[in-house]
Design a protein around this ligand. Structure first.
Ligand code: ADP
Length: 169
């Protein structure tokens, strides 16, 4: 059987990227030929980092860890339209727990119904099953140690960002 080159996009907010996301990316690149981390520019308020900052942080990690076949960019609008523009075959999403399943199931079915694109799910390591960007932002704002859950560059940026926010208040 001829092996097809498979390009996958991993869309998300990544505000900020966590070791849970990175675990899914590491597993994903073993299965696919090319993986694009796609940072959504959704107009939702309450985001800590700008899309540019999020992309920059992820690029630093990809460079530092020499993650072959992985690239990073931001996108606006519908994920399925972005996937079509990138000629991606698959959307990759991560699963932490059963609570993720219901929402992700709906999203995957909708994307398949409207654009015919398949979604592939990768379960994270048990270590990161409870990690979310929201929780990371909350714990960081209270000064907690997050060294096991986020990369070092993210930790540094979080500290700096939260300091700026405090001063601005
Ligand atoms: P979104 O706002 O699109 O859910 P996120 O950045 O929160 O963006 O998540 C992007 C993807 O990564 C989603 O599929 C989410 O379920 C998954 N994800 C988030 N945190 C983890 C984690 N700790 N382990 C595995 N997957 C995760």
């Amino acid at each position: 059987m001829r092996k097809k080159f498979v390009r996958v996009i991993f869309p998300g907010s990544f505000d900020p990227i966590t070791n849970g996301h990175l675990d899914v990316i590491d597993r994903g690149i073993k299965l696919f030929d090319e993986l694009i981390i796609a940072v959504g520019r959704s107009p939702v308020k309450n985001q800590l980092f700008t899309p540019e900052e999020r992309v920059e942080m992820i690029k630093e990690i990809v460079r530092e860890r020499r993650m072959k076949g992985v690239s990073v960019e931001s996108f606006e609008g519908l994920t399925v339209e972005y996937a079509a523009r990138k000629k991606a075959d698959v959307i990759l999403r991560g699963l932490r727990s059963l609570t993720d399943v219901q929402y992700e199931f709906q999203l995957a079915m909708t994307n398949r119904a409207v654009a015919g694109i398949e979604t592939v799910f990768i379960m994270t390591s048990e270590r990161y099953g409870f990690t979310s960007s929201t929780l990371i932002r909350e714990v960081a704002s209270l000064g907690g140690d997050l060294s096991n859950l986020i990369p070092e560059n993210v930790q540094k940026r979080l500290k700096k960002q939260l300091k700026c926010k405090k001063i601005a208040r």
